[in-house]
Structures are given as structure tokens and as C-alpha cells.
Design a protein around this ligand. Structure first.
Ligand code: F6R
Length: 597
């Protein structure tokens, strides 16, 4: 997703802006640019592709100035071209924007007399502001008048010709942080961007706009009233971006899982979760992508452990379906970033209707966290790799705790069984370490996998959503087509795909349904299909013969096995992508935080 930075500094800002943009690379982007004010004059440089291209452009054509704004663009309206790259400039105004201006067509029509240069929605913001200045408004007032005309979602930073000590920043729907320095001030999409410059940060709230100068910031709420927003000190480790000796952030994050899961579980062992599941008649779980698969696993837990009906929904469908919401429902919204536009909109839709709105998020200051009645942090630490790994793990950790809590409160499991499940959870970081030790074994098969044009993943019970998550991970970072299916569904269609060129990866711990999954596996092998069975020692003994590959995972209570089997799913995707030579941490077309619909 687009990233924004702004600096009112005491040194040349171009290199500072580029460095800050580098720290936003993880969000995904396809072009970048910066604008500065030098001797009162606005100027900008932009480039398509990686930031190295912008740096090159700056070497050939440097940009001076101690005040500036910068942007990484993830194309929505108009392709990734230099012209469409931000900052957009209209006369005396330069603007960077994250989000979507929904009424940009109307605004363009209203401003038809002006000279538009791009296909973007964002340019209308710069044009509109310049129009207000043409009508006599000074920069601050022109920016505020512009904001009043915008529908949609935005984080915005305005820079003005002749104003080397002013950035106007605004937030509606997309987060924005103001950083406080010593005689310097900063603006950034998140605290990570600002990390090397300052750890004193004020987050704008929904509808806020701010006049930032070197001597401080004046924040107004949506009604224009002066607003007091807390300044926070961000712990250094939460803005650190280092690969810890790994080749990619994704690898680092996969290998961090034993530690982050253990931290998360210890937190929830000690903490009293203020939720009463005895009065609730159903759980509604809503999320997107990987977080949605974490919810789909949790459905098995809530239903099997707590005898609680559970609906799982994709946020982009849920928000518009207008389905009934029981006033006694507990609605849980799961999101790593806490800013996913569809999940946030679904939360807002349900807020008036359900008894309780709970969020399970990784970024505590995010919108989804703040707007829920109760927010449960997953404590995974910053996740930089676009493909979610450790956040998925800790989402499962928190949801498992909730399901066990619900089961205990509702008396559907004995205290002994609850303790057994908690004991299994506590043992999982150790088992995950053992699974990580299988990396070389996994890697030895991925060269062949990387040749496949299509891969199927199969699983039953809670392993079915794991199969879908395994397929998502593979397609995201290796660009190989992959689908996850419930094993029992194979013969209802997908079996038509089977031949020796379509590997089938089967997640099957030796559980009560193992024999059925093995039958489905046999159906694949009978059609010359290549099966990679991922199971435990008992499963391998019973069904490991005749497979293309068999990987043995440690033994674990099958109901909680998804936390363990996530590891081979992630490592398969990672090593296949390494063979394909794709950009693992920033796969094409993907953004880390999806703040547009
Ligand atoms: C996949 C992935 C995405 C996200 C989805 C939701 O690896 O990362 O599918 O899970 O975009 O994002 P959050 O969790 O930030 O709401």
C-alpha cells in the first residue's frame, strides 16, 4: 500500500526522505517520488519501480531543500508510470496521498477548466487545493477547504511553494503519524518510517488534520476544533527493520515463530480476558486473506470445543451482504495490520448490531484495534514480509485461547481437557522448532515443485483451512497457481486436474479422519499424481509408502495441529520462491496493508 513521509528538517532532506521511504518498502509499491521546497520553489523527482531507480534519478538530477514529502505508490487509478507517480503537483501545491478519493470523477468534472496531467484520483487533491489558492485562500485554509470536498479514504501530506516551514497532514481512513524531533518535525504512514529520526510520535485520529511546522504541530479534529492528541514513545524494537542474518524478512519471521508464539501464549496465560461466552449465541469471525484462514481454523475450535455456532466470513463479502447479525453474537475481527479497509468497514457495519465487537490485531494503535469494544493484541512484533507468517501463527494462538476460554465458561470441556489443551499450546513453540529443523528436507523437494504449473493442497477438519493457507502462501510468493481443497471435495471436481505434473500436498496428522484422507490420497496416486504427504510418525508408518515425498512432523493433539503444520506450508512456499527467484518479501502486485477496497 502507498507510503507517505514528510520532513521539515535542518539538513538536506532528499536522502532522508528516500531512507524513510525504504522503511515503507515492505508495504508494497510500484513507483516512488519526492518533492522539496528550495528557495521557495517546489520541485520533484519521480521514478517507476524500486527506490533504487529514484535514487539513480536523484544522482543524475539532485533535489535540494530542507523540507520535503515523499511517497511510494501502489497503483490503483492509472498504471505505474512516472506521470502517475506522486507527489502530484498543481502550481504551488504538491501532494502525496494514500487511499482512494471516491468522488474524483465529480471533482475532475468540476475542475475541467484545469490542466490535469495524470490518470490518478490523487491529482484532483492537488488541483483542488491550487484552485482554492487561486481564489485567494492561503495554503492552510486552501488545504482545509480541499479536505471538506473529498469523499473516500486518505492519508495526505501537502507541501507548498514559498512555505519551507509547513506540511499540512490529514487522515481519514488511512493512518498517519506525526514525528517530533529536536527543531525538526516529521510525517509518516507509520512509526517504522520515522524510526531512525524519532521515537516520539503522535497518531492522527480519524478526520484529523494537522499543521506541521519545525516548532511543533497543531492538530484539529474533523469539526475544525483544536485537538489534543497524546504523544507516545515508541519502543525501539517495534520500529527495527533488520533481517537478523536471514536472506529475507519472511525467513526471519518464519524462524521467529517459536519465540513470538511463546510470548503471546505467556501473555494470555497471565491475562484475564474480559469476555463472557455464556451469554453469546454465536461467534462471527471476519477477516481477509491469511487472517481469514486463521478464522476458518478457529471455527473448528469454537464449534468442537465450545459447542458454539461460528460463522466465518471474508470481510469484503460480509460488509455488503447485509446478513442478519444476532444481538447476542460475539463478532471477532482479525487483522495483522489493523487497517485493512474491508475488515474495518465490516467492523463498523456490525458495531451497532452485535453484543460485542472484539479485534485480534498485531498493530495496537491501528483503527481496527481502536474501534473494537475489546482489542486483543497478537504480539507478533513488526511483520515486514508481505506474506503473513508469524502473524498467522499468533492469530491462531490468540483464537485458540479464546476457544478454550469459551469452552470452559460454557462447560463443554472438563477442566482436565482444558489444561491438556493449554499444555499442548505451551509445548507448541518447542514442536515448531523441531518443524523448522526440517527446512533442508523441505528444500530438497522444492526445486521440482518450482517447475509445476499448478499445485493442489488437501486437508480435512482444521487442516482444510491450512491447505488453503498453504496454497495462498505458495501462489503469493512463487506465482505458481495453487488451490487448497477439503480432501473430501477432490472427487467432486478438482480430481480432473490430476496428472503427474500437478503435485498434491496433503496435510494429514494421524487423526480420526486420517484413513479417509489416505483414501483421497490413493485416488490421486492411482491417477499418476505426485503426493507430498505431511504427517506425523504414525501417519508416515501407515501411509508413507508410494508417495513422492513424506515429511514427518512431531506428534501433536490434532485439533491444534494447524499451528505446527503452518511451518511446512510456509517453508514450502519460501523455498519454492527461492528456486523461482521471485521477490519474496515484496511479491509483485501485493501490498502489506490493504487500505483500499
Ligand atoms: C497473505 C496476506 C494477506 C493478508 C490480508 C489481510 O500472506 O498477508 O492475505 O492476510 O491482506 O491483512 P490484515 O491481516 O492486515 O488485515
Amino acid at each position: 500500500m502507498c507510503g507517505i513521509v514528510g520532513v521539515l528538517g535542518n539538513h538536506e532532506v532528499a536522502p532522508i526522505l528516500v531512507e524513510a521511504l525504504k522503511r515503507l518498502e515492505y508495504r508494497g509499491y510500484d513507483s516512488a517520488g519526492i518533492a522539496t521546497v528550495q528557495d521557495g520553489r517546489l520541485d520533484r523527482r519521480r521514478a517507476v519501480g524500486k527506490l533504487a531507480n529514484l535514487s539513480d534519478a536523484l544522482v543524475h538530477d539532485p533535489l535540494a531543500g530542507k523540507s520535503g514529502i515523499g511517497h511510494t505508490r501502489w497503483a490503483t487509478h492509472g498504471g505505474p508510470t512516472v506521470t502517475n507517480a506522486h507527489p502530484h503537483q498543481a502550481g504551488r501545491v504538491a501532494v502525496v496521498h494514500n487511499g482512494i478519493i471516491e468522488n474524483y470523477r465529480d471533482l475532475r468534472a468540476r475542475l475541467a477548466h484545469r490542466d490535469f496531467h495524470t490518470e490518478t484520483d490523487s491529482e484532483t487533491v492537488a488541483q483542488l487545493c491550487e484552485e482554492h489558492m487561486d481564489q485567494g485562500l492561503p495554503p492552510r485554509e486552501a488545504a482545509v477547504a480541499t479536505l471538506k470536498d473529498l469523499d473516500g479514504a486518505y492519508a495526505l501530506a501537502f507541501l507548498f511553494q514559498g512555505e519551507a516551514d509547513l506540511i499540512v497532514a490529514a487522515r481519514k481512513g488511512s493512518p498517519l503519524a506525526i514525528g517530533h524531533g529536536d527543531g525538526e518535525m516529521f510525517v509518516g504512514s507509520d512509526a517504522i518510517a520515522l524510526g531512525p529520526m524519532t521515537n516520539s510520535v503522535t497518531y492522527l485520529e480519524e478526520g484529523d488534520y494537522a499543521f506541521v511546522t519545525r516548532s511543533g504541530v497543531e492538530i484539529h479534529d474533523a469539526e475544525g476544533r483544536l485537538a489534543n492528541r497524546e504523544m507516545r514513545t515508541i519502543p525501539a524494537q517495534s520500529t527495527q527493520l533488520d533481517k537478523g542474518g536471514h536472506k529475507h524478512f519472511m525467513a526471519k519471521e518464519i524462524f521467529e515463530q517459536p519465540v513470538v508464539l511463546s510470548d503471546c501464549l505467556s501473555h494470555y496465560t497471565g491475562a484475564e480476558i474480559e469476555l463472557d461466552f455464556t451469554q453469546t449465541d454465536r461467534v462471527v469471525l471476519v477477516a481477509c486473506g491469511t487472517a481469514h484462514y486463521a478464522c476458518a481454523v478457529a471455527k473448528y475450535w469454537f464449534e468442537q470445543m465450545a459447542d458454539l455456532p461460528c460463522d466465518v466470513d471474508i470481510a469484503s463479502e460480509y460488509r455488503y451482504r447485509e446478513g442478519p447479525v444476532s444481538p447476542n453474537a460475539t463478532a471477532i475481527f482479525v487483522s495483522q495490520s489493523g487497517e485493512t479497509a474491508d475488515t474495518l468497514a465490516a467492523l463498523r457495519y456490525v458495531k451497532e448490531k452485535a453484543a460485542r465487537v472484539v479485534s485480534v490485531v498485531n498493530v495496537p494503535e491501528s483503527s481496527i484495534s481502536r474501534e473494537a469494544d475489546l482489542s486483543l493484541p497478537i504480539l507478533a512484533g513488526v511483520e515486514v514480509g508481505v506474506a503473513s507468517t508469524k502473524a498467522f501463527m499468533n492469530q491462531l494462538g490468540v483464537l485458540a485461547n479464546l476457544a478454550i476460554l469459551a469452552a470452559r465458561q460454557r462447560g463443554t470441556i472438563t477442566p482436565g481437557r482444558a489444561e491438556e489443551l493449554r499444555e499442548t499450546l505451551r509445548a507448541l513453540p518447542g514442536l515448531i522448532n523441531q518443524a523448522l529443523a526440517c527446512e533442508d528436507q523441505i528444500a530438497s523437494h522444492t526445486a521440482e515443485l518450482s517447475e509445476a504449473r499448478s499445485v493442489l493442497f488437501l486437508g480435512r477438519g482444521p487442516m482444510f483451512p491450512m491447505a488453503m493457507e498453504g496454497a495462498l502462501k505458495l501462489k503469493e510468493i512463487s506465482y505458481i497457481h495453487a488451490e487448497g481443497y477439503a480432501s473430501g471435495e477432490l472427487k467432486h471436481g478438482p480430481i480432473a486436474l490430476i496428472d503427474n505434473a500437478v503435485p498434491v500436498i496433503v496435510f494429514a496428522p494421524r487423526d480420526a479422519l486420517f484413513d479417509k484422507t489416505v483414501s483421497n490420497m490413493q485416488e490421486v496416486m492411482a491417477r499418476d499424481g505426485k503426493v507430498w504427504l505431511i504427517t506425523d510418525a504414525d501417519g508416515a508408518r501407515e501411509a508413507g509408502d508410494g508417495t513422492w515425498a513424506t515429511l514427518v512432523m512431531p506428534q501433536v493433539d490434532p485439533i491444534l495441529a494447524p499451528l505446527l503444520y503452518a511451518v511446512p506450508a510456509q517453508l514450502i512456499a519460501y523455498h519454492t520462491a527461492l528456486h523461482k527467484g521471485t521477490d519474496v518479501d515484496q511479491p509483485r502486485n501485493l501490498a502489506k496493508s490493504v487500505t483500499v477496497e
